[in-house]
Design a protein around this ligand. Structure first.
Ligand SMILES: O=P(O)(O)O[C@H]1O[C@H](CO)[C@@H](O)[C@H]1O
Ligand SMILES: O=c1cc[nH]c(=O)[nH]1
Length: 237
């Protein structure tokens, strides 16, 4: 057992992790995807209840695993998946709060860029400001898949925020005025870890609530009903 690859947070007990992994924040959304979309499913992680599964989708090997909430958590899981388990394509399937008037609940967003208020990039000691961007190959493929399905998507910048309950009531409006589509909490760290290791990452989001109109979905809907995004992500395997 001890020679099997594992980390402090991921213990697959010899179960393979696929080169392409879907990454919802919510581990129960990972279970929902495995239960409803994958065949021949084997669970590869239960450490901290951060559920991970490997199976097949239309005959292709694919894994799905929760990442938890926030960039420290995404930073840990994506780093280990890339650098210890050799994952090459990391596709976040998350939820976001919409900032723009033309985004409705359940709309799908492809995060071409991920602005952030986090200091995650400071570890790289870059002599300037890094632009967190999706892998073009995954972004282009995801847009094509959406088009072929007749599924409208919004493509643009999102904000990866360290703060869910922000005391600064002006902040969201400033990001909205820069054209940022929505707020979530992990994409920037995922994009940085992927870029630093030379692998591919994309964040696909479903609008779970609207920051300015206060419309919102329920926790159950966030776990089980964001299927349009899941279907686009699964086709990327
Ligand atoms: O639904 P997930 O993927 O967790 O994504 C969003 O939801 C959580 C906040 O409710 C944060 O993790 C945010 O990024
Ligand atoms: O980070 C997030 C995710 C969903 N909805 C929000 O308002 N913020």
């Amino acid at each position: 057992m001890s020679e099997m690859k594992h980390t402090a947070h991921i213990k697959p007990e010899g179960v393979e992790i696929a080169e392409t992994v879907l990454l919802p924040g919510d581990p129960l959304r990972a279970k929902f995807i495995a239960d409803n979309f994958l065949e021949d499913v084997v669970q590869f992680n239960s450490v901290r209840n951060m559920l991970g599964y490997t199976g097949t989708y239309k005959g292709k090997r694919i894994s799905v695993m929760g990442t938890g909430m926030g960039m420290p958590s995404m930073g840990i899981y994506s780093w280990e998946l890339i650098n210890v388990f050799g994952v090459k394509n990391l596709i976040r399937v998350g939820s976001c709060g919409a900032l723009q008037d033309d985004l409705d609940l359940y709309d799908v967003v492809l995060a071409m860029g991920a602005s952030t208020n986090a200091n995650y990039a400071s570890q790289y000691k870059l002599p300037g400001t890094y632009a967190n961007i999706a892998s073009f190959s995954l972004l282009e493929k995801a847009k094509k898949i959406a088009d072929e399905k007749g599924q409208a998507v919004h493509v643009g910048n999102v904000l990866s925020s360290d703060i869910f309950y922000n005391a600064d009531k002006e902040a969201a409006g400033k990001w909205r005025d820069m054209g940022v589509l929505g707020i979530e909490m992990e994409a920037a760290a995922l994009y940085m870890n992927a870029a630093h290791a030379g692998v591919n990452a994309l964040c696909i989001l479903t609008v779970s609530d609207h920051i300015f109109t206060q419309q919102e979905t329920t926790p159950e809907e966030r776990e089980t009903s964001f299927t349009k995004m899941m279907e686009i992500a699964l086709e990327l395997a």
